[in-house]
Design a binder for this molecule. Sequence first.
Ligand code: UDX
Length: 429
Amino acid sequence: MKIGIIGSGYVGLVTGVCFAHLGNEVLCVDNDLKKIALLKKGISPIYEPGLEEMIRSNLQKGQIHFSSHIDDAVKKCEVLFICVNTPPKDRGEADLSFVENVAREIATRLRQYRLIVEKSTVPVQTGERIYQTICEMKAKTTLFDVASNPEFLREGSAIHDFLNPDRIILGVSTPKAEKILRKLYEPLMAKIVVTDLKSAELIKHASNSFLATKISFVNALARICDASGANIDMVTEGMGLDPRIGASFLRPGIGFGGFCFPKDLMAFLRISEKMGIPFNLLREVLDINEDQKRFFVKKIENHLWNLRDKTLGVLGLSFKPNTDDIRFAPSLDIIGELLKEGVKIQAYDPKASGHFKKQFKDIRYVKNPYEAAKHADALVILTEWDEFKTLDMKRIKKIMKHAIVFDGRNIFDPVLMKRSGFQYFSIGR
Ligand code: UDX
């Protein structure tokens, strides 16, 4: 099939290369000319494992093309995926102006049947709005459908997630739209759930909110473990074996970040408020998440006493491993707080230092974890990159001023760390 991707950001690019990989001819559009110029050369504007390689190989095969003109996509592609940004406004509500613009641009160019699919995370009833907008602006006789096909891609494993989905949600309003989308996804041989448009939109918000709720639940629980002397690993193991609860997404830490959970939860809360049925549980989930970062800073303060002029080695800045993304990363708030207290920070992240540097200039960015640990009063782990799990801790202990580790991601075994001579503080154990 000929597929047009409108918006070549994170979701758009991954969706585009994966559809190309499945044998479709894909045209990715973006109004950022610099980005399109890079993509045409096979350079990915974001770091995502495997993405750049797939862009290059599909460019070579002629399966993927990039353009800054939406006309090309509307003219040539039967299916158009809307993958533009829906950033948060001041009060957390999703800004849908990019989505509306795309709908208008498609409408004025519609000459023959097109299936328009929303892929960006949008509030329930957005599909309806897109439909109305296009109806009002298009030429009278042209037919089209609007569908919702939410993505569940995790940064760092987005390509794997796309090609191996747990389920594919097709929110459609006509048999024709269903038929086209089924055919498109057929090669993945995944479980397909067909719903109406609004239910598909809600599935995305509900899934993200539920996952975030699990994380806040376990973080609140970890604080109870800290206070009572119980061990969160044992508690979650005992809980997670109940299939009704499940073991995944019960890892305690310093709170969830990234461009999905915080933003989507806030947007969902605002939608529910607008409907007059505020989903207050979500407010609590967000509050616990904010508290969790303060709780971690307090933990550091409690043990180091005065922070002024102490040197902290920080390992990890991205909101999770295998990405250079720092949007809503817990590290931003935690490091912000620590700097306010007058600490000196020497930080290492395998991919995210470049982005972090733009926001925090008063940090010494170093080239490896050992430089971060050198002469430090304590080591602070903020992201669980694999390379931190296999560090030579004997060497780390030797080069630190004091062998103290605050592990915000529970990557080490507390017993082994104590046995190796570290004062080791983690979350809920
Ligand atoms: C998430 C959803 O998983 C994905 O389906 C959706 O499409 C986009 O949002 P992503 O934000 O890439 O994906 O990352 P995810 O792996 O879900 O982690 C989100 C945050 O939660 C990270 O900050 C992570 O560190 C944190 N997390 C996750 C925990 O603190 N504990 C856990 O048990 C799991």
